[in-house]
Design a protein around this ligand. Structure first.
Ligand SMILES: [Fe+2]
Ligand SMILES: [Fe+2]
Length: 413
């Protein structure tokens, strides 16, 4: 097929183009950072799920935008720092006093500005000489439009567009020689949020026995009766939420980590929320129960969150998730044998997704120890000594009142 011959559009010059991508970079970077910070405090499960999905999209988009900037401007100092007007917008987004306020700004103001700027960009760019930008921006636009659409009901309730005066986000000046803008870290979490109708107690669901969570083939119990499966999958959904919240906070609280770490955490956040969604759907359709039917506890969340990043990776990714792999594969086997294929299939994907999650622990744990993988494995072994056979911290393993002493097994998988 012959290539079409038509007049070139000319479009933006390379400097203008790089300037536009720099503005998108700064906005998206702050959106990922703040969405990770707020995610645990969003109670509504559907919103929490969407936020996790979108922050993962945005993290991947940032990698592509960075790559395009490198292609356009390497080795200059792009993307510099945001100029004055964008800084005002970012500061306002950082000043949000609640998850609702943040979501309203992010989805009612920041993302719509980004969409408008990308549309202008696409209208004017030269589709031949700048085809790499065309491809990237088309994907970015489709993602942003989907995000805003999925939050449409919410953001229209709150949003009073405070930045009408920003006509073209892409054209805002970038301060090339300025120091990189530091990311502001929110205050530490006390506890995450759950839907209003979910009861949170100290001990969680008393129905969930230790045998569900031990790795000993003699002692491990796979739930097969309808009643125990209802409680088990309900606890599993809560454990997935806990996992997502921990990963989101890992990214938010350690902005100094390499960019790939944030992409890995964003991916895992979305994976865990997708796992939660699987259980959320499985409960009413296969098991005869619903999210919120049983109590949950934050004791496991607190016991992991009390550690720094290295401790969280060692205890969560390299221990809890690593050990869950064996149990998932056993659960799949037992349930398949009993003819519960649909329920058994769930564990097939949970297990597959667990592999990169465990790898996140080894990869970034070793990174924090200057690349010393053996030192990281040693540290994991030592920390495991503070855990009981179900993986719960033994009493006093974490020196914080009310944490880890009860040995409640909900929030585990
Ligand atoms: Fe999971
Ligand atoms: Fe996981």
């Amino acid at each position: 097929m012959a290539l079409p011959v038509e007049e070139l559009r000319r479009g933006y010059d390379v400097d203008e183009n790089a300037n536009r991508f720099s503005n998108y970079f700064h906005l998206l970077r702050e959106l990922v950072h703040l969405s990770c910070g707020w995610l645990p405090l969003v109670g509504d499960f559907e919103l929490k799920y969407r936020l996790g999905d979108h922050l993962h999209d945005d993290a991947r988009s940032i990698s592509k935008v960075r790559r395009r900037l490198y292609e356009l401007r390497h080795p200059s100092e792009y993307p510099g720092a945001p100029g004055e007007e964008l800084t005002v917008l970012l500061d306002r987004m950082n000043a949000a006093g609640s998850a609702d306020e943040y979501v309203a700004m992010a989805y009612g103001e920041a993302k719509p500005l980004l969409i408008e700027a990308i549309r202008m960009h696409l209208d004017r760019l030269d589709p031949v000489s700048d085809e790499p930008s065309l491809r990237l921006l088309s994907q970015l636009l489709a993602r942003q439009e989907r995000h805003v659409e999925e939050f449409a009901v919410l953001s229209s309730q709150f949003s009073e567009r405070g930045t009408e005066r920003i006509e073209d986000l892409g054209a805002l000046p970038i301060r090339l020689k300025a120091e990189p803008r530091p990311l502001r870290v929110m205050s530490p979490l006390d506890v995450p949020a759950r839907d209003d109708f979910v009861e949170v107690t100290e001990e969680g669901d008393p129905f969930l026995a230790d045998e569900l969570y031990v790795n000993d083939p003699e002692l491990n119990h796979v739930p097969i009766e309808p009643e125990e499966q209802r409680h088990f999958f309900h606890g599993l959904m809560d454990a997935e939420l806990t996992a997502a919240e921990l990963m989101a906070r890992n990214s938010h609280e350690y902005p100094q980590m390499p960019w790939d770490f944030h992409v890995d955490m964003a991916r895992q956040t979305w994976d865990e929320l997708r796992h939660a969604k699987v259980h959320y759907m499985l409960m009413p359709t296969e098991l005869g129960c619903r999210w919120g039917d049983y109590p949950v506890t934050f004791s496991y969340f607190k016991s992991i969150y009390a550690h720094d990043l290295l401790g969280r990776l060692a205890l969560f990714n390299s221990t809890s998730e690593q050990k869950a792999m064996w149990r998932h594969s056993r659960r799949r086997e037992v349930l398949t044998e009993r003819g519960q294929e649909k329920v058994a299939m769930v564990f097939d994907y949970l297990l597959a997704d667990e592999v990169p999650h465990v790898h996140n622990g080894a990869r970034w744990g070793a990174h924090l120890l200057d690349g010393d993988e053996a030192a990281y494995r040693r540290m994991v072994r030592e920390l495991r000594e503070g855990l009981d056979e179900t993986g719960a911290p033994r009493a006093q393993a974490v020196e914080e009142p009310g944490v880890g002493a009860g040995g409640s097994t909900t929030s585990r998988r």
